[in-house]
Design a protein around this ligand. Structure first.
Ligand code: GDP
Ligand code: ZN
Length: 458
């Protein structure tokens, strides 16, 4: 495959951080050598070495930066091409100058995800592994990172490949049967087909069972806090954010900047949407009212409904129970340090099955119980013990669901005594669908779309 040489800054930029400029392609070493001065030419050093030197503009002879340059020759590299990595001290200006120099000496600026795309196109990783890289970049918790890592390492791929291999073997058997009908093995072939189809079905079901948790780990659980003014919503948000590692991101493309805060609650990444304007003045919260809460609740996967222990339930409280019905929710009774005025019997009635947690946020009490309730609600406490082959990606889930349907149809066809070549159609289809998960029969455009989700330089 003919591919040009690409370059990009492959670390997030920030003050003082170490930045890496990465080059990949046939000309990587030659281009880097043109702008490098060290003890030896980069063309003469051994592969997989780190070399100390300077980046110098060959036109002006200006020393731009003191650097460490890794030389990694094909094929034992991430892209299976020659790779140069230039480590510099950061500083946006000098990193950019180095990148500019590389580009003016023959490399092209890489598109987002292009390094990983090359790894895929050069057969270094399969598609589900490449998607693992995307997830790794986006992972918000250690566990999500582990899941992405395991996908990157090919655990999901291996399971899928095993199922495909099983199906292929049965198809081979069927072929023999069709070609040599006199070789009377139909009984045996059917039995084998049934057994293998069963195994494959069970494995797909197992994988799909991890999907709900997998998706939460990957995407976070969109969570809203609702409650009347002054019950303690802001206090709760602050408490969760301060207790846990929070990553604040802004949702692009919205007119009003909606702030998202990711907090890692015992391995559950909560995506706290401050659409209710909790961070703003309580004035605004007052104006938001029940109508707005209804809208906010609509998009959420988890609702934290806060009530005041020190006040009687109001009509608004009842209304908030009503609009969050049918959602996963946790009822929080706050201000337990004050005198009880709330009717707990009525709260229990309204809460139905939802867990009720008492807190005194001002005294930092009850937050542990709340966090435990969140974890139990989503992971039933068993997440630690299961292995990390989670299916977390919507594309995979959809394909696996289709594969499950077609393997089930094959099993039904066997039981109904349909001709063996009919059964084979379903088996072949299952095999193809599983192949799509690992990218063995996907369209070019799908691939382009997938890789464009990467950050630049990955
Ligand atoms: P929000 O309007 O729902 O966002 O409520 P805030 O979090 O802004 O809290 C309203 C007021 O209640 C503030 O003065 C808080 O300090 C106070 N508050 C919050 N939690 C507690 C609590 O557990 N006990 C008591 N006594 N006061 C609290
Ligand atoms: Zn507030």
């Amino acid at each position: 495959m003919e591919m040009d040489t690409i370059a990009a800054i492959s670390t997030p930029m920030g003050e003082g951080a170490i930045a890496i400029v990465r080059i990949s392609g046939d000309e990587a070493v030659n281009i880097a050598d043109l702008i490098y001065q060290g003890k030896k030419s980069l063309k003469e050093v051994e592969t997989h070495t780190i070399n100390y030197g300077y980046i110098v503009d060959p036109e002006t002879n200006d020393k731009i930066e003191e650097v460490m340059v890794s030389v990694l020759l094909a094929p034992k590299t991430f892209t299976k091409e020659n790779i140069i990595e230039i480590n510099c001290h950061g500083g946006i200006i000098s990193v950019n100058r180095i990148l500019q120099l590389i580009i003016s000496h023959g490399a092209r600026l890489a598109e987002p995800g292009e390094f990983t795309k090359r790894a895929f196109l050069n057969g270094r990783i399969d598609l589900s592994q490449a998607e693992g890289v995307i997830d790794l970049i986006r992972a918000k918790t250690d566990r999500a990172m582990n899941v992405a890592m395991s996908q990157l390492e090919g655990k999901l791929s291996k399971r899928i490949q095993k199922s495909r291999q099983d199906l292929l073997e049965t198809v081979a058997h069927v072929e023999v049967n069709i070609d040599y009908p006199e070789y009377d093995a139909e009984e045996m072939t059917l039995a084998l087909l049934k057994e293998k189809a069963h195994d494959v079905k069970a494995d797909i079901e197992n994988l799909l069972q991890t999907a709900q948790q997998g998706k939460i780990l990957r995407d976070g659980l969109s969570t809203v806090i609702i409650g009347r003014p002054n019950v303690g919503k802001s206090s709760l948000l602050n408490n969760l954010v301060h207790d846990n590692k929070a990553i604040v991101t802004e949702i692009a493309g919205t007119t009003r900047d909606v702030i998202e805060e990711y907090v890692n609650v015992r391995g559950v990444p909560l995506r706290l949407l401050d659409t209710a304007g909790i961070r703003e003045t309580d004035d605004v919260v007052e104006k938001i009212g029940v109508e707005r809460s209804r809208k906010v609740v609509g998009d959420a996967e988890l609702v934290l409904l806060v009530l005041n222990y020190n006040e009687e339930l109001t009509e608004s409280d009842e209304e908030l129970f009503h609009i969050s019905k049918g959602k996963e929710r946790i009822i929080i009774i706050n201000k337990t340090d004050l005198e009880r005025k709330i009717n707990m019997e009525r709260v229990k009635q309204l809460a139905n099955e939802a867990p009720i947690v008492s807190t005194s946020l001002i005294k930092d009490e009850g937050v542990d119980e709340l966090e435990e309730a969140i974890k139990v609600l989503f992971f039933q406490g068993d997440i630690e013990t299961t292995d990390l082959t989670y299916v977390s990606n919507t594309r995979h889930i959809t394909l696996l669901q289709e594969a499950l349907r077609s393997v089930s149809e094959a099993l039904e066809a066997i039981d109904a005594g349909l001709p063996i070549d009919m059964i084979q159609i379903d088996i072949t289809k299952t095999w193809e669908l599983l192949g799509e998960v690992i990218g063995e029969s996907v369209h070019e455009s799908l691939i382009d779309q997938l890789f464009s989700q990467f950050c630049l330089g990955k």
